[in-house]
Structures are given as C-alpha cells and as structure tokens.
Design a protein around this ligand. Structure first.
Ligand code: XMP
Length: 327
C-alpha cells in the first residue's frame, strides 16, 4: 500500500536526485496498487494533475485514461499544450472533450459570481461523469491531492476540493501519488519527469478559469478579449523576465464600456484591467511595481490587437482591501 501520511522525517524534495528517488518509489507503489486495472484522471493541465498524469504514465502507461475537459474558459493555447505534451509526446491515452459551447450556453445571462462558479463546477462534474460512464473497466480514480490540501481540510480551513464530488454510481478507489508532497516538491518532481517549464512553474489559475475574469454575464466576444489580453500580458511579462518572478498576473474585462477614438472615429469599447500581485499564501497580497514603460507597451499592444478594447487600467489595490480576483 502507498504511504498515506507524510513521514515527519521525510526530507524536502529539492533536487533532481531526490525527485528521481521519489519517482522510483511511487511508480513501484502505483504498480503494486493498480495491478492490471485501469485508472481515470481528470487532466486540467494544472501543475498537480499534470504531474500525476506523468507519474502514472511512467508507472502504468496506457492503463491510465486521461480526460481533458475544455470548459471554454482556459487560457490561450492551454488545451493545445495538454494534447501536445501528453498525447503526442508521452503517448497518453487521452480523451479530449471540447465542452465549450455547453458551458457557455449554460452561463449565458448569468451575472452572479457565485452562481457562475456553481454552474462551472457542477457542469464540470457532469461532463467528466458522462465520459467516465462511457468507459469500461475503470477501477481507480487518480487525483492531484497534495499535502496542504490534507492539512487544510483537517484544520477545517477549506473542504478538500479534490475529494471527488462524483455521482454515487461512479464509485472508484483513489490513487493519489503526490498526496504527501508540498507544491514546491510537486514542481521538482514534474521537472524530473520531463514536463515543460511553463507547465511546471505555471502561476495559480482558478478552477472557474477566465469565467471569473469576464465580469458579470459572460459573452463570447468579451471572453475572447480576456483570453487575448491575458496572452499579451503573459508574453510581455515573459519578454521582460518577469514570468516566474511575479506570483500571479492576469487581465480582467468588466461589463461596461467607455468612449474612445480609433481611426479618427468615436468608439464605445471595454477597458482591460491588468492585475499583477505577489503573495506567500494568497491570504494577503501586494501589487507588483511594474515598470511604467512596460505598462505602456502592454497598453499599446492590447488597445491595438484586442478587438473591442479601447483602454487599459492597472489595478493598484493590495489585498486587503481588494481580493486577488475581481469576482
Ligand atoms: P482571491 O480572489 O480570493 O484569490 O484573493 C486567492 C487565490 O485563489 C485563487 N482563486 C480560486 N481558485 N477556484 C480556484 O481554484 C476559485 O473559485 C478561485 N477563486 C480565486 C485566485 O486566483 C488566487 O490565486
């Protein structure tokens, strides 16, 4: 049986050699636990599920079935990267479900943030359960639970968000190969498994994705403005050497317009709000002191390259009083 609790004496995994040792132990444990049975994994492309997928592929190859649900609220290029890394490069047994229309149709006209979150979470479980029911002979469900999830649920800080939520007829045994690791250790293991840096050192991304950054009722055109402006911000931060240095940065598009001028004509278009923050634990956060010339360059690109946008604003608010996300 795999170890379920982090031994107090366990050395922090900080080097490739320690990661290799962990990987060897885990692959042996996974093979012992799973035997010749099949394992199902919801692969979001986030750090934890990606490392779990890479570990399981190493241990049991195509006995792992990955399901990548695209809810239409992912960042630009993310679903493509999941397919390229796992299906093309690692030969994973990967089912890609483009459920964008289904999510966006359900979200149409819904402006309350908590209702939006509930719809996205509920629909995700439904799509995943539908895929699971189509498959035969699945015994196990793999999850990217990590040690802080266990500690936080023990201390009542948050419900253990990985704990299934699947309907009762889908009664799988759990495989949780990174359960005893801290986040920084998951990254070291992911790197040793050969995952690309932009996956392993990815900034945090909320489960409801761009849905909480397209404020109010989501429309497809405004969602596209969030996605495109986010891609420009990430590209410019990477070019300026800020990727991996700033804890979290993203764009928000509110559901109001203002007057501007484009090509000598009046235009009523949305503003894009930039947010870039640093924090240790996301409970409080400070605002990154982004160089003014970089802000100007990002503004120039977004207002010229993103359809429907005529202004760019920088959010100067620490947490508190603001939260990191706007919804
Ligand atoms: P806030 O906005 O509460 O965000 O200051 C703190 C951190 O949590 C992330 N966040 C979420 N993550 N589901 C998630 O998985 C959510 O609904 C959610 N809301 C906020 C946020 O991106 C930040 O890193």
């Amino acid at each position: 049986m795999p170890i379920l609790t982090r031994p107090e004496t366990m050395e922090r995994i900080t080097t490739p050699a320690l990661a290799e040792k962990f990987i060897a132990e885990q692959t042996a444990d996974i093979r012992a636990q799973v035997g010749d049975k099949k394992v199902l994994l919801a692969l979001s492309g986030g750090v934890d599920s990606s490392v779990v997928a890479a570990l399981l592929i190493k241990a049991i190859g195509r006995q792992l079935v990955c399901v990548h649900v695209n809810h239409g609220l992912l960042r630009k290029g993310e679903p493509e990267q999941v397919i390229r890394v796992f299906k093309d490069e690692m030969d994973a047994n990967l089912i890609y479900v483009d459920a964008s229309d289904r999510f966006l149709d359900k979200l149409a006209g819904v402006s309350d943030p908590e209702t939006k979150r509930k719809i996205i979470g509920g629909e995700f479980i439904e799509v995943f359960a539908e895929e699971a029911r189509k498959l035969e002979g699945i015994t196990f469900l793999a999850q990217g639970t990590i040690w802080p999830d266990i500690l936080e649920s023990e201390h009542g800080i948050k419900a253990h968000h990985n704990a299934g939520g699947l309907p009762e007829d889908l009664n799988f045994d759990l495989v949780e190969p990174v359960r005893i690791l801290f986040k920084d250790e998951v990254r070291v293991v992911g790197k040793a498994l050969g995952l690309p840096d932009n996956m392993v050192f990815r900034q945090p991304f909320p489960g409801p994705g761009l849905g909480v950054r397209c404020l109010g009722a989501i429309t497809r055109d405004r969602l596209e403005a969030v996605r495109e402006s986010d891609a420009i911000l990430r590209e410019e931060f990477a070019n300026a050497g800020l990727a991996g240095k700033v804890w979290q940065y993203f764009t928000i598009v509110p559901d109001f317009k203002s007057v501007g001028i484009k090509d000598g004509r009046r235009c009523d278009e949305w503003p894009v709000i930039l947010r870039a923050v640093n924090t240790r634990d996301a409970m409080t956060a400070t605002v990154e002191n982004v160089p003014f010339d970089l802000l100007q360059r990002i503004t120039d690109r977004i207002t010229h390259e993103v359809a429907g946008v005529n202004r760019v604003l920088y959010d100067l608010t620490p947490k508190p009083t603001g939260t990191i996300e706007w919804e």
